[in-house]
Design a protein. Structure first.
Length: 210
């Protein structure tokens, strides 16, 4: 796991040619990866996003309207999916985290009583910006390092992690064997084929006094 902070400098105003709205229409026929369409009720949802250009300091805004639905609607949940790709010479890793919000509840979505149109805004959450927040995140990172070491140190529970005990960590990363092997070799400073908690912490960038 790699934690990082993105610092954003507010640019000049976006040119009108870049700031384009986009309309969307969702029906049962437009859905993907559906195994049994017969179980999906008939519905029609239309709407638009005010802009396809993202400023991470400002919310996404737009509207959606449920024009038709054969089933009772208990809630509507929107998900903003942000695709993140990180790669090196050995390969690429992709993650698709999302920000969720429920329409009709809270300040993120308001529904017009006459038209039934929901006006929504999705805000990219701000990561820690103060010293106190940074220290809190650092503490959580240290706790995660210690927890993972204890989780790997099972048989025997001797406060050392052997190559055999590291298998659950290595197995999902076989496609990046070159990267993980170098990482584990560098962790084992004294080349005794065992990794101590101190060696583990140094490898993951923790301070000496953690």
């Amino acid at each position: 796991v790699v934690e990082f902070i993105v610092e954003y400098r507010k640019p000049l105003e976006i040119q009108p040619s870049m700031d384009k709205a986009v309309n969307f229409l969702i029906t049962p026929e437009s859905l993907q990866n559906v195994k049994d369409r017969s179980k999906i009720p008939r519905f029609r949802i239309s709407g638009h996003l005010d802009s396809t250009v993202c400023k991470i300091t400002e919310p996404f805004t737009g509207e959606l309207c449920v024009e038709q639905c054969d089933a009772v609607i208990r809630s509507i949940e929107l998900q903003l999916v942000r695709v993140e790709t990180c790669g090196c010479a050995e390969g690429y890793a992709r993650d698709d985290p999302c920000i969720k919000m429920k329409c009709g509840t809270g300040k993120e979505c308001t529904i017009d009583a006459e038209s039934g149109t929901a006006k929504c805004q999705c805000i990219s959450k701000k990561i820690h910006t103060t010293k106190e927040d940074a220290e809190h995140l650092s503490r959580k990172w240290i706790d995660a390092i210690i927890w993972k070491f204890c989780d790997l140190d099972k048989q025997p529970h001797d406060r050392h992690v052997s190559r055999h005990e590291l298998f659950p960590l290595r197995a999902p990363l076989l496609s990046m064997e070159t990267c993980i092997s170098d990482f584990l070799d560098n962790c084992d400073e004294n080349s005794d084929h065992k990794i101590t908690l101190v060696e583990w912490g140094k490898c993951l960038g923790a301070s000496d006094d953690y």
